[in-house]
Write a protein that binds this ligand. Structure first.
Ligand code: FAD
Length: 393
């Protein structure tokens, strides 16, 4: 039997961010256990968009706190600070203004811009139906897999250990406290703290302890489009009018994702078994929206498609924190489409909770992320939700 002080289940972005923060702050032994290879879950499919635009202040603050970590890693994580824009129609002018005021109060660098300023920034865009937009000059995108590996490297530099091909079969308890984990190989690893950062798969690990973690696997399709011309650096676009998001790819192509989640229940899948290509019907729908927004692309064509799976709790926001009734057990999952850009701050929050017993960041109250909020009927929702596009904000 081996003894470790903290075991982190899951070698995705979140597990590795937690390991980095715990080890970096001197928490004894930290061991990450990954069933397959690092970053092979939702992390490997991430679009890697960097923004602080959220209607939940604590999540906006976590995105903002994470940005300097990304900036420090820079090229090592493929960071491209091309800027980030969110564009809205008339019906969402009020929420956009309210959200930007909230962001500015948090110290986030962002400004409202009008359709003319947007058109100057984005010459190929149709802006006729854009009532207002916001611009984050330090936003953009980076590579989620590279970020995960870099956070893992930092964790190891601080003494953490990472074991791949090591599936955890179950979490062990002793009375009302966690005592370690049992691996599928039968090996027992003792621990004082177990952090469950296994994305969607966390549900089963928690259910085995009799704890309900409500989370769904929601399939999301991505298109890679050749615009018919080399694309210069252009800001990322969250298009809340047509419900899509787009960014340039490092290769000069264009990545397009869907932000229309009205058909949520029809896209629920098992993340171990799902189609990794977009359907013909959905490609047509995405292409139509894309052509509407970017009529300036001379000869657009879809070069390939793929799909990923979000781990989505009922309010689309994560659970981060200790679980009532099991001392030493920390759940850190359900990041839906947000986990990449906030991952360094998530690691810091978990380290705060484990080492200090509470968040040390007044803008990031730990109470926001409690698991118990679902059973209590107190979801974590945007303060200023967008009509038709509430989920991802
Ligand atoms: C298509 C797509 C686009 C996205 N785009 C963005 C974006 O633009 N910006 C943004 O901020 N976020 C984005 N996200 C979200 C972000 O990528 C995720 O929130 C984040 O990567 C999740 O990391 P994770 O570590 O929680 O989960 P995962 O990456 O899924 O990692 C969980 C890990 O746990 C392992 N595991 C599971 N069970 C066990 C077990 N029993 N034992 C050991 N290991 C186990 C899995 O193998 C996996 O590696 C996107 C996500 C998707 C799917």
């Amino acid at each position: 039997m081996t003894r470790q002080k903290a075991v982190v289940i899951g070698g995705g972005l979140i597990g590795l961010a937690v390991a980095r923060s715990l080890a970096g702050r001197g928490f004894g032994d930290v061991l990450v256990l990954e069933r397959h290879a690092l970053a092979g879950g939702g992390t490997g499919k991430s679009s890697g968009i960097v923004r602080a635009h959220y209607g939940v202040p604590s999540i906006a603050a976590m995105a903002w706190r994470s940005l300097p970590v990304l900036e420090e890693l820079g090229d090592d994580v493929g960071l491209r600070q091309v800027g980030y824009t969110v564009i809205v129609g008339e019906e969402n002018v009020g929420p956009l203004k309210d959200n930007i005021a909230m962001h500015q109060a948090l110290g986030i660098e962002v400004d409202l811009i009008d359709a003319d300023q947007l058109a100057a920034m984005w010459p190929m865009m149709h802006t006729g139906d854009v009532a207002l937009a916001a611009y984050e000059p330090r936003g953009g995108f980076a590579d989620a897999t590279q970020l995960a590996l870099q956070l893992g490297r930092r964790a190891r530099d601080h003494g953490a250990t990472v074991r791949q091909n090591t599936p955890v079969a179950r979490i062990l308890t002793d009375g009302d406290a966690v005592s370690g984990v049992e691996l599928e190989s039968g090996e027992i690893v003792e621990a004082d703290v177990v952090v469950v950062a296994a994305g969607w798969w966390s549900k089963k690990l928690m259910a085995d302890l009799g704890i309900d973690f409500p989370v769904e696997g929601y399939r999301s399709e991505l298109l890679i489009v050749d615009a018919g011309m080399p694309l210069p650096d252009l800001p990322v676009v969250s298009d809340l009018v047509s419900l899509q998001y787009c960014r340039i790819e490092g290769s000069g192509q264009f990545l397009v994702g869907n932000s229309d989640h009205a058909d949520f229940s029809h896209k629920l899948v098992d993340p171990d078994r799902y189609s990794n290509v977009a359907s013909e019907a959905s490609i047509e729908g995405y292409a139509e929206k894309l052509m509407h927004r970017f009529p300036g692309f001379p000869d657009p064509s879809v070069t390939h498609t793929y799909a990923g799976v979000y781990d989505v709790p009922p309010d689309w926001n994560p659970v981060i924190g200790p679980v009532d009734g099991v001392d030493g057990l920390v759940l850190c999952a359900g990041f839906a489409g947000h986990g990449f850009k906030i991952s360094p701050a998530v690691g810091d929050l978990v380290a705060d909770l484990v080492l200090e017993g509470d968040s040390t960041d007044p803008d990031v109250p730990a109470s926001d992320f409690r698991l118990e909020r679902f059973a209590e009927g107190r979801p974590l929702n945007s303060l200023h939700p967008y009509v038709g596009a509430g989920e991802m904000r």
